[in-house]
Design a binder for this molecule. Structure first.
Ligand code: GLC
Length: 398
């Protein structure tokens, strides 16, 4: 499918969870988790006036970090729309912000040639019908679904070409109850090239494993369909002031390479503060990742599923090259269980030759530098002729 081509090559995207829940700063589920009544929750919207919101900065951070697309929460489960909507008054333009924050995001992406994604939650905690369901409250449910369909239509109509529609929050209802078929038919009529995820309950274009990577331990299965792992940078999606459990740049690179090894994408989240700025620690980590990608991006973008299993990291491939991602570094190690007619080996970072010994079923590396040439993940490129024969099936977990 041609429509998917750019997305398959892009590999790395920025997820952004931002809304009025950034004010209490206890994660995006705070309304539900703390049973905050909707009238009380509305007060956050009256304070949500992001005076430092500059989506051009978000886009330039995404670019610098090596990310090729962005997905922003246009409306999360709390029902607050960052966009202007005829069917809601719980929106950014109609509360303290007094502006359409999605419009500015779209403009910033478009200006910089960044692919544009919209996250949209089907569920809305402010609707009783959502909790009662279509059986107990058929009339309420009908109105609720109509509201959802209208908002999706607004998003697909008012902002020009959108590249990704990232649904969420379909549970516990079925696609028939959301009328997802009708909904997505409308979406595709309005946006013929759009890519839609699987969370309206219909498979559509790609699967969305959450906080886990197919093929990585302990998930041995790699799906046949297109997939994208979405993950947080600390333990929360929405801004959580006291969550300092950040993943290191090395871990992010590890996750990204492992996604690529299994043929998937990696959608990495940031949770901006109420003023619209991205937390400093997130910025620092992402920039480090971006530096690594500048030198090693060839092993990631447009890469294909790994062909060989490697116990000290993982492998990705492209054309007649295998990229050996070494998450753990040794002066001596071997790539086992394969027959590969290697004709050249070098560090991707700077092209320095790497010595290797071809054995029958192994490629052996000796006398490598004591410290890894790249401490975040040194990539060795193996150029080969002919076919790769793998004696043990690829399982891209380290
Ligand atoms: C879950 C959560 C939600 C988050 C999403 C990201 O569905 O409910 O808060 O937006 O995962 O994948």
């Amino acid at each position: 499918m041609d429509r998917m081509k750019w997305w398959r090559e892009a590999k790395f995207g920025m997820f952004i969870h931002w809304g009025v829940y950034s004010i209490p700063a206890r994660g995006e589920w705070v309304m539900f988790n703390e049973r905050i009544p909707k009238e009380e929750y509305r007060n956050f919207a009256e304070k949500f006036s992001p005076d430092k919101y500059n989506p051009e900065e978000w886009v330039s951070l995404a670019k610098e970090s090596g990310m090729k697309y962005m997905v922003l929460t246009t409306r999360h489960h709390d029902g607050f729309s960052l966009f202007d909507s005829k069917v809601s008054d719980f929106t950014a333009p109609k509360t303290a912000a007094k502006r359409d924050l999605i419009k500015e995001y779209v403009e910033a992406c478009r200006k910089a040639g960044m692919r544009i994604g919209f996250y949209y939650s089907l569920l809305d905690w402010r609707y009783d019908a959502y909790f009662l369901g279509p059986e107990k409250d058929p009339d309420g449910w009908k109105d609720f679904v109509e509201y959802v369909h209208t908002q999706v239509r607004e998003l697909m109509t008012n902002y020009g070409k959108i590249d990704i529609l990232w649904y969420d929050g379909g549970w516990p209802y079925k696609p028939e109850q959301w009328e997802s078929e009708k909904l997505n038919k409308m979406v595709r009529e309005l946006q013929p090239e759009i890519i839609i995820n699987n969370r309206s309950g219909l498979p559509e274009d790609f699967d969305t494993p959450e906080q886990k990577i197919p093929g990585a331990f302990p998930n041995p299965e790699i799906p046949e369909r297109d997939w994208e792992s979405c993950m947080t940078l600390n333990d929360h999606w929405g801004y959580c002031e006291n969550d300092n459990n950040w993943k290191s740049p090395a871990r992010i690179i590890w996750n990204l390479a492992t996604c690529c090894a299994g043929g998937g994408n990696y959608l990495l989240n940031v949770g901006p503060k109420p003023d619209g700025t991205i937390p400093e620690e997130s910025v620092r980590i992402l920039k480090e990742v971006g530096k690594w990608l500048k030198e090693n991006g060839e092993s990631i973008y447009g890469s294909e599923r790994g062909k060989v299993r490697f116990h000290l990291g993982t492998t990705t491939s492209k054309g007649n090259k295998i990229y050996l991602h070494t998450f753990y570094w040794y002066e001596e190690f071997a790539l086992p269980n394969c027959k590969i007619d290697v004709i050249n080996a070098y560090f991707l970072k700077d092209g320095t030759k790497v010595n290797y010994i071809k054995e029958d079923e192994r490629i052996v590396f000796k006398n490598l530098p004591k410290t890894p040439p790249d401490k975040l993940n040194t990539v060795i490129v193996l150029e080969y002729e002919g076919e790769v024969e793998t004696l043990e099936p690829m399982r891209p977990f380290p």
